[in-house]
Structures are given as C-alpha cells and as structure tokens.
Design a protein around this ligand. Structure first.
Ligand code: UT7
Length: 362
C-alpha cells in the first residue's frame, strides 16, 4: 500500500513587523485589547508579492527534501490571495522553480486551504497518479485589509510555508481526515467583491476588504475545529492520549485553547505561534509545521493533528503520522529580497484605497 510522506518543509516570513502599538497609532485599539482577545502581538507585512514568498518557502522545502524541482509531478498553491487569477499563482511558482515536469494548480479553501490541499495531494499520491508534490500555503492578506476597521485589521498578516510529499510504503502521512463547509453562512466572513461580483474596473472599497462577524465566526470555529479534531483521532484508530502535537490554525488563541480543551491536551502538546504572525490563512499550518520541527516539538513517528477553520465557512482536520526524519537533508540559501520601505510606506496603498485610519488623519 502507498502512503504519502512529508519529506521537506520550509517557510518564508517577510521581515517587516506591524506591532499592536503600531495599530494603536491608527485606530482605537490597544496592545492590551489585542493581546487578551486574540493572543496576537505582531504580524508581518510583505514587501513582495505572494509568488516571491511562495518560491522562497518552496526552495527551502525542496532543499529539506534534497529534491530537484525537475522531480516534481505537481505544484499546488493553497491561497486566497493569488498574485494573479490568470494564470493561477501555482504557474508562477512552477516557472520560477523551473519545475518543468510538474502540473500546477491553485486550491482555495481560505484558512483551511492547506489542510484541504494536504488531504487532496496525499490521496493523489496514494492513488498513484503522482509521486512528488510541492504544496505551498501562501497569503498576502495585508492586500485585503482595511486599516480603518479595528475589528479586522488587527488580525491578519502575510507569509508562506511549503511542504514536499513523496510516496512511502510505511504507514505515514495523512491517516484520516475531515473536510467540511457551511456555505450557507459564508457571508459572515467574506470579501464581497474580490471576484466577478464587482463591476469590471470599478472596485468598491467598502466591499473589497475582509468583512467578518467575529463573534459568530468564533463560535463556529470553536465547535467545528474541536469536532473535526476529535473525529480524525477516532478515524485514525488513536486515543486522544495518543496525540503528540496539535497544530491548529492560528486565528485566535482562545479558539486554539478551546480546541485543545475539547481534546484534553495540555499546553505542551499544542503548537502556538499566533503572537508572532497573527492569522496568515492558508500559510499558517505549513509555517507552524516548519517551526514545530525547528523547535524539536515533532519527534520521529509523532502523531499530529492538524485543524483549521475559516472563510467558506470551511473547516478541515487531519491525523498525520510523521515519518522518521525531523531534520532537513540540506539547507537552501534562498532569501526574500531586502526591504527598502518602512511599514507605513508598505501600507500606503491600503490607506489610499480603503481610506486613511482615523488617527493618521491630522
Ligand atoms: O481565520 C478565519 C477565522 N477567523 C476567526 O476564527 C476569528 C474569530 N473571531 C475572533 O477571533 C473574535 O471574535 C475577534 C478577535 C474578531 C473579536 O473578539 P471578541 O471578543 O469576539 O470581540 P467582539 O467582536 O465581541 O467585540 C467586543 C468589543 C466591541 O465593543 P463594544 O460593542 O463592547 O463596545 C468591539 O467594538 O470590542 C470592540 N473591539 C475592539 N476594541 C479594541 C473590536 N475590535 C477591537 C479592537 N480594539 N481592535
């Protein structure tokens, strides 16, 4: 029987930091409010496009797997902020990597996109239709953030993570999964006019940023992430006590804590980096996997649960058996280009489109 093992991993986080104190210079908020309500201290704002972040994360993941891009059969970008729609953003990544033997496609399930992607490509590998796959989670969410709206602008950040998968005859990788969606409630977390919903060339700033009914999304995220996480543990034939590490989507520390409580997991078995990056949607989980490996929180043969919830309203969870190797085979020298702008200069296009935040008006 064929399984799909994660053999490479990497991340690319833009260096420019937007702190809670920076946000309190724009809108009526405070470090205290953001920290206690969300767990976020800072987030990254990208000076480059999503492709550049994806390519650096991908090169690092390929190096960790010691794999040449020409060996890839498929490149998948999980994203809801592609640099272009035509071509799909995975085509840019394929071209930049010179992955000349690969197919390429984007997959959009919003914040659950990486887990949806992992389940999809793992099943393709198990079925024998592809061997080597690069799966990227990348987001430039700052593009969609209206910094006049304090209820959403504190939450989101930019970044990319990537994994490389390859067939294995050992029982590793995704052992069970749950994918769900509640499309009827999708308008409580949406960007109303990013696609063809708007008039060509006439974007409406009031309908082009992220809209969220926070409390209701919170309530549903707690329920669905908890239910899906417990379900994949049962389906994998594990007990909850068999779980070594929960790697949850990082949207709100209180949602993470509630999911861990539902599973009866102590804090030492839960990966958290929300303080550093905020919510980076589909990039969150591959970045978290990479950091959990760097911090030696994933041991050989570890039982992992990945769980996510987001726009759609999608949710996804997977029980993942890690393989034997937890260190990279080699290290890439790929880097993002240096930043020449301040964080305020990077946000200027948002201010021009959505409006200048209240406190910056004088
Ligand atoms: O990845 C997609 C999934 N996304 C999520 O899972 C996010 C889910 N939602 C949440 O994380 C939380 O609902 C938020 C962090 C967005 C909001 O936290 P909350 O505890 O649900 O706050 P709230 O919306 O109930 O608002 C409480 C108060 C309100 O003031 P009043 O009406 O009580 O006077 C808000 O206007 O906090 C106010 N508020 C703020 N105050 C300071 C809202 N945003 C802010 C802010 N700073 N940034």
């Amino acid at each position: 029987m064929r399984f799909a093992e994660i053999v490479g991993w990497g991340k690319a986080l833009p260096p420019t930091v937007l702190t809670n104190d920076d946000l309190s210079k724009m809108v009526d908020t405070s470090d205290e409010w953001i920290t206690t309500r969300t767990g976020i201290k800072e987030r990254r704002i990208s000076h480059v496009g999503a492709t550049e972040m994806a390519v650096v994360a991908a090169r690092r993941a390929l190096a960790a797997a010691d794999m040449d891009p020409a060996e890839l059969d498929l490149v998948v970008n999980a994203t809801c902020t592609p640099e272009t729609l035509i071509p799909a953003s995975a085509s840019h990544v394929q071209a930049r990597l010179a992955a000349r033997n690969a197919g390429a496609m984007d997959l959009n399930a919003n914040c659950s996109g990486f887990v949806y992607g992992l389940v999809t490509v793992s099943d393709m590998i198990k079925a024998g239709s592809v061997d080597n796959v690069l799966l990227v989670g990348v987001e430039k969410l700052s593009y969609l953030v209206d910094y006049t709206d304090r209820s959403t602008c504190v939450l989101f950040g930019d970044g990319a993570g990537a994994v490389v998968l390859t067939p294995s005859d050992r029982p590793v990788g995704v052992l069970s999964s749950e994918l769900g969606v509640d499309g009827e409630a999708a308008d409580i977390l949406c960007v109303p006019e990013f696609g063809t919903a708007g008039r060509p060339g006439r974007p409406d700033p009031r309908r082009s940023g992220i809209y969220m009914e926070g409390q209701e999304v919170f309530r549903r995220a707690v329920t669905k992430m908890g239910e899906a996480s417990v379900a994949v543990v049962e389906k994998a034939g594990w007990e909850l006590t068999d779980v070594d590490l929960l790697i949850p989507h990082q949207a709100n520390l209180r949602i993470i804590d509630a999911t861990a409580r539902r599973m009866g997991l102590p804090a030492s078995k839960v990966f958290v980096n929300i303080h550093a990056y905020g919510n980076t949607s589909a990039a969150t989980i591959p970045v978290a996997i990479t950091e959990a490996l760097e911090q030696e929180m994933i041991r050989p043969g570890a039982n992992l649960v990945l769980a996510a919830f987001g726009g759609g309203l999608t949710w996804a969870a997977a029980a993942v058996k890690w393989g034997e190797r937890t260190t990279p085979l080699s290290v890439s020298d790929a880097e993002l280009p240096p930043v020449t702008q301040t964080v305020w200069e990077l946000l200027q296009p948002n201010f021009e489109f959505y409006g200048l935040p209240e406190k910056l008006r004088d």
